[in-house]
Design a protein around this ligand. Structure first.
Ligand code: DX5
Ligand code: ZN
Length: 226
């Protein structure tokens, strides 16, 4: 028996000149979530989009938006992104001073709350918050750019998170983001991840629906993780 996984293509690798068509296409292709990367040129060395484009993305399909904030002072902007249409809102453990307060605020504003961990940040940063979270995002590249190589040494952190969630009886989603493609998705899924972000893996492929389906097939994981 296997447990289902969710596929979240990152629009960072989409054609922004045809953004709404690209979002509609991954929705038709079976994406479970639209992963939206927000960067401020400060927390990460790249600058992408703000709430106005999140609003455009929201209107482009019925697929829920998974908004990943890679910005400094994220707590100042939570309302803006949720009002723009974020269904899941992710803040970085490294970018927020009062992490517990930010999570409470996200939930009070009606979105699901997720905390992201950079490759250099340990499991301990979210250990005492797991009961308050809907999802933890494990970065498997240093955030800032699409198309980077998967960092192998992040795998034990995924295992440790899943073990903790199972031991504590938590219905916790574990998302993996960075360098995940059809050829390595089984590794993150067998470590315990159930939400797969793939940017260049999906948008640089010829057939989005086929790639999404292959990611789902190859990412089947043991039912013990349900
Ligand atoms: C990186 C972003 C990722 C990125 C993933 O900072 O958070 O979501 O778009 O892209 P790929 O799958 O190409 O590594
Ligand atoms: Zn991301």
């Amino acid at each position: 028996m296997t447990a289902p996984i969710k596929i979240a293509p990152s629009i960072l690798s989409a054609d922004f000149g045809r953004l709404t068509e690209e979002i509609a296409a991954i929705g038709r292709g079976g994406a479970d979530l639209v992963h939206v990367d927000v960067m401020d040129g400060h927390f990460v060395p790249n600058l992408t989009i703000g709430p106005m484009i999140v609003k455009v993305a929201k209107a482009a399909s019925d697929t829920p938006l998974d908004v990943h904030l890679m910005i400094s002072n994220a707590e100042r902007y939570l309302r803006d992104y949720i009002e723009a249409g974020a269904d899941i809102l992710t803040v970085h453990a490294e970018g927020v001073t009062h992490l517990h307060g930010a999570i409470q605020q996200i939930r009070a504003l009606g979105a699901k709350a997720c905390v992201a961990l950079n490759p250099g940040t340990g499991f301990e940063a979210v250990d005492c918050l797991l009961e308050d979270l809907d999802m933890v995002l494990v970065m498997t590249v240093n955030p800032g750019f699409g198309g980077q190589s998967f960092i192998e040494s992040c795998l034990p952190k995924i295992e440790r998170l899943r073990e903790a969630a199972v031991a504590r009886g938590l219905d916790l989603d574990i998302e993996v983001d960075g360098g995940v493609k059809v050829d390595n998705v089984h590794r993150v899924a067998s470590a315990g991840a159930n939400v797969i972000v793939s940017g260049s893996g999906v948008f640089k492929s010829d057939d989005y629906a086929k790639t999404i389906s292959e990611l789902r097939q190859r990412g089947k994981r043991p039912a013990m993780y349900i």
